[in-house]
Design a protein around this ligand. Structure first.
Ligand code: FAD
Ligand code: EPU
Length: 340
C-alpha cells in the first residue's frame, strides 16, 4: 500500500508542553513495513523528518516545516528466558510505564525505579532515561532500528550506544539518522532492589513497608513523582528542562566554600553533579511566573506552560535562567529538552 501523509496536522495533543504548532506533513507507523514504505516515499524528500514518540522531551518553538512520523509500534514479549535472566522486547511505540507495569506483573525486576517516566520505549535509549538511582543502560541489551536514508534494518547492542548521563550515541553521531523500532532489556527474576535513593526509603517507611518487593518500589517511586512533578495533562511541561551540571572537584570545592548549603553528589572519580534545581531556586526563579510560562513552584528545574505560552517564550525564560545561574555560580546549565 502506498504511504499516505496528512497535511497541516496539529501537534498540540502530541507534545506534553502543549505547544500549539502544526506539522506540514504527518503520518503514524504501526510496524516496520509501514515505516519502510513511508521512508521510501520520502526518498527524494529534502524536508526535515522528525520521529515523534510521546512528545514528552520536546519543545516546539514553531510549526514543523517537514514530515513528522509518529511511532506507534506495539507489542511486548519475552524473547529469551534463561530462568533468572530474561530478555524482554518492546515495540518502540509502547508507552514506557506500560512496559514497567507489564514487567512487574511478570515478576521481572530491573526497571521498577523508572516507573511513571512519560513517553515511549523507543525514545528511552535516546537520552538514557534515568531516575531514582537507575538508568536505562543498567538493563539495556539491544535495539532494532531502520536507517532513514535507505530503509535498511540494523541491530545495535548496549556497548555501541555510548550511554552516559542523559546521553547516548543517538544524541550525537547517530542523531536523526535512524528510527528505533524496538528495544530489548535484560531483566531478572532474582530481584536486586535499589532503594539507595533516600526518598524511596522514606516513602516505603511512610507506606509502612519494611520488606519491599518490586511492586512496592514502583508504587513508592510513583508516589514521590506525583508529589513533586506537575502532571502534563494538567500543566504543560517536559520534566526537567535542564540537566544537572557536572563540575570538576576543584570547582566543586570552591563553590562549597562559598555556598555551604549547595546540593551536590560525587559523580565519577573526581567530578561532582550539582542539583540544577537548587542553583535555579537560589537565583530566585522557583515558582516565578513570567507571562504564560515559569519555573514550577515545587521543582524549579521544571519549566511549565500555564496555557497559551509559545516555545519561544519558554526558550527566552530558559536563557534568562541560564544567564543568572552563570552570573551567580559561574556554572553552565544545558537544556535536557530537545528544542525544535
Ligand atoms: P519524544 O519527546 O517524542 O522524543 C524525544 C527525542 O527522541 C526526539 O529527539 C525524538 O525525535 C526522538 N525519538 C523518539 N522516538 C524515537 C524513535 N522511535 N526513534 C528515533 N528517535 C526517536 N526523563 C528521564 O530520563 N527521567 C525522568 O525522571 C523524567 N521525568 C519526566 C517527567 C515528566 C513530567 C515529563 C513530562 C518528562 C520526563 N522525562 C524524564 C523526559 C521524558 O519522559 C523522556 O525523555 C522520554 O524518554 C521521552 O519519550 P517520548 O516518547 O515522549 O520522546
Ligand atoms: N532541589 C532544590 N530546589 C528545587 C528542586 C530540587 O533545592 O526546586 C534540590 C533538593 O535538594 C533535592 C535535589 O535538588 O533534594 C534533587 O532534586 P530531585 O530529587 O527532584 O531530583 P533532580 O536532580 O531535580 C533528577 C532528574 C529527574 C529525576 C529525578 C529523580 C535530571 C535533569 N533530572 O531531578 O528526571 O526524575 O532526578 O531521580 O537529572 C527528567 O529528566 O525530566 C527528570 C524529571
Amino acid at each position: 500500500m502506498a504511504a499516505e501523509f496528512k497535511s497541516a496536522i496539529s501537534l498540540k495533543p502530541m507534545n506534553t508542553f502543549g505547544m500549539d504548532v502544526h506539522a506540514a506533513r504527518f503520518a503514524v507507523f504501526v510496524n516496520e513495513t509501514q515505516l519502510q514504505q513511508q521512508l521510501e516515499a520520502l526518498q527524494n524528500n529534502t524536508d526535515p523528518i522528525l520521529i515523534l514518540g510521546g512528545g514528552s522531551n520536546i519543545l516546539f518553538t514553531r510549526d514543523y516545516p517537514g514530515v513528522v512520523l509518529k511511532d506507534e509500534i506495539g507489542g511486548i514479549s519475552i524473547v529469551d528466558d534463561g530462568g533468572d535472566d530474561v530478555l524482554v522486547k518492546a515495540g518502540a511505540g509502547v508507552v514506557w510505564h506500560a512496559l514497567v507495569d507489564w514487567c512487574i506483573e511478570h515478576n521481572l525486576g530491573g526497571i521498577e525505579n523508572l516507573s511513571l517516566i512519560p513517553g515511549t520505549c523507543g525514545a528511552a535509549p535516546i537520552q538514557n532515561i534515568g531516575a531514582y538511582g537507575v538508568e536505562l543502560k543498567d538493563v539495556f541489551h539491544s535495539l532494532k532500528c531502520i536507517q532513514i536514508k535507505d530503509g535498511s534494518k540494523s541491530e545495535i547492542f548496549a556497548e555501541q550506544c555510548a550511554f552516559g548521563y542523559r546521553d547516548s550515541v543517538f544524541k550525537r553521531s547517530m542523531k536523526g539518522k535512524m528510527v528505533i523500532t524496538s528495544i530489548t532489556l535484560k531483566l531478572s527474576r532474582k530481584h536486586r532492589l535499589n532503594v539507595s535513593y533516600g526518598a524511596i526509603t522514606q516513602e516505603l517507611q511512610r507506606m509502612g513497608i519494611s520488606n519491599p518487593d518490586i511492586r512496592n518500589v514502583s508504587d513508592a517511586v510513583c508516589n514521590i513523582r506525583r508529589s513533586k512533578l506537575p502532571d502534563p495533562a494538567i500543566l504543560g511541561n517536559a520534566g526537567s528542562f535542564f540537566k544537572n551540571p557536572e563540575v570538576p572537584g576543584n570547582i566543586h570545592e570552591a563553590l562549597k566554600k562559598e555556598f555551604p548549603n549547595m546540593v551536590s553528589y560525587p559523580f565519577g572519580a573526581s567530578t561532582f553533579k550539582l542539583a540544577a534545581g537548587w542553583l535555579i531556586e537560589q537565583c530566585g526563579w522557583k515558582g516565578k511566573v513570567v507571562g504564560k510560562t515559569g519555573s514550577h513552584k515545587d521543582q524549579a528545574l521544571v519549566l511549565v506552560n500555564y496555557g497559551g505560552a509559545t516555545g519561544e517564550e519558554v526558550v527566552h525564560l530558559s536563557d534568562e535562567i541560564r544567564a543568572s545561574v552563570r552570573a551567580k555560580f559561574g556554572v553552565e546549565i544545558e537544556p535536557e529538552v530537545n528544542i525544535i
